[in-house]
Design a protein around this ligand. Structure first.
Ligand code: NDP
Ligand code: GO6
Length: 317
């Protein structure tokens, strides 16, 4: 039988990183995880690492403050997946990947690198508003470094993680569905795309050594999960057996708080929600058109039974 490619996950205890590690183990890849000394007394991270080790993962010591340790780590594998945190309310470290790019270049053995993207396609967000645009600008800076170093890559555009966007019916500042009234962005008829985080892991591992996705962006756009906010709310109402009061929020009202002292992370969030739910940035283009070399995951991997939102939302009821 053909040998499965070996993969190193950098950021393997993180929100999306741990789903990617899980998928890699499930799909039978020799799975390496960077163990950073900086996690120190973070017992939850250590426990996650130990539980992956029990399931067969190999923990590799290394630190972003020691390039040689990164070189040594990437030399062990065929594929490197980075899931370091982007700009949001947890932390913000995308540009640290420039060191990883340097290490991969120096090591010279890596057949594919998947940088930390997993959201909106930064290449399509040149018009994005401040300060949220910094997340796209930084991801583009990392892409540029990857291409300049001639490293084979795949970018995964994962659209809306359902935990941040569906479980809360797209409401900011909360992660559970509202019980009485729901804010509807604009007319609520702009299409967004919701993806179960476990499916992000599954598709990412499928794509990491697929020759069709070499040096391309893969979009996760499971067709039944392309929904307007109103459709998502209706899905929830059917599950909960209760109608919610809809409060329409015109674009000006949604953006107004930006001007009157809102913290940085919230401003980033407002910008992102604006582009998704008013601009329609996730669905206003065609994937796989001739002038664009992109690919859509549910077409590439039709065998994956992705989670529909009526299924995803059940535990919230
Ligand atoms: P997390 O906040 O969970 O952080 C991921 C990992 O980043 C951590 O586990 C840690 O790795 C690593 N990290 C954080 N700080 C440092 C540091 N100073 N030095 C080295 N490593 C560090 O990230 P997410 O999983 O939420 O985000 C990953 C990607 O997904 C980002 O690109 C983000 O933009 C995107 N995203 C997309 C969303 C969507 O809806 N599409 C939603 C949220 C994020 P370790 O495990 O080693 O401790
Ligand atoms: C998720 C969020 C949720 C912000 C992306 C503020 C990068 C992306 C879809 O970290 O700012 O309440 O594409 O009050 O490319 C955060 C960010 C979402 C989560 C967006 C993200 C999505 C980052 C909030 C909030 C639930």
């Amino acid at each position: 039988m053909e040998e499965k490619s070996r993969v190193l996950v950098v950021g393997g205890t993180g929100y999306i990183g741990r789903r990617i590690v899980k998928a890699s183990l499930e799909q039978g890849h020799p799975t390496y995880i960077l163990q950073r000394p900086e996690i120190g007394l973070d017992i939850d991270k250590l426990q996650i690492l130990l539980s992956f080790k029990k399931q067969g993962a190999i923990l590799v010591q290394g630190s972003f403050s020691d390039i040689q340790s990164l070189v040594d780590a990437v030399k062990l594998v065929d594929v490197v997946i980075c899931t370091i945190s982007g700009v949001h309310f947890r932390s913000h470290n995308i540009l640290l990947q420039l060191r990883l790019v340097e290490a991969i270049k120096a090591a010279g053995n890596v057949k594919r690198f998947l940088p930390s993207e997993f959201g909106m396609d930064p290449a399509r967000m040149q018009h994005a508003m401040e300060p949220g645009r910094v997340s796209f600008d930084e991801k583009m800076e990392v892409r540029k470094a990857i291409e300049e170093a001639n490293i084979p890559f795949t970018c995964v555009s994962a659209n809306c993680f359902a935990g941040y966007f569906a479980g809360n019916l797209c409401q900011m500042g909360r992660l559970t569905p509202p019980t009485d009234k729901v804010f509807i962005y604009g007319d609520g008829n702009v299409k967004a795309i919701f993806v179960d985080e476990e499916d992000v892991g599954t598709y990412t591992i499928k794509t990491m050594d697929d020759p069709r996705t070499l040096n391309k962006t893969v979009y996760l756009m499971p067709p039944e999960n392309i929904l307007t906010q109103r459709q998502l709310v209706e899905t929830w109402e059917n599950l909960a057996g209760k109608k919610l009061e809809k409060v329409m929020v015109p674009q000006e009202d949604f953006l107004a708080p930006m001007k009157v002292g809102m913290n940085y992370a919230e401003q980033v969030g407002v910008g992102h929600f604006f582009h998704i739910f008013y601009d329609g940035c996730l669905t206003n283009f065609k994937v796989g058109g001739e002038e664009d070399d992109a690919l859509e995951a549910s077409k590439l991997y039709p065998e994956v039974r992705y989670t529909r939102m009526h299924e995803y939302l059940k535990p919230y009821a």
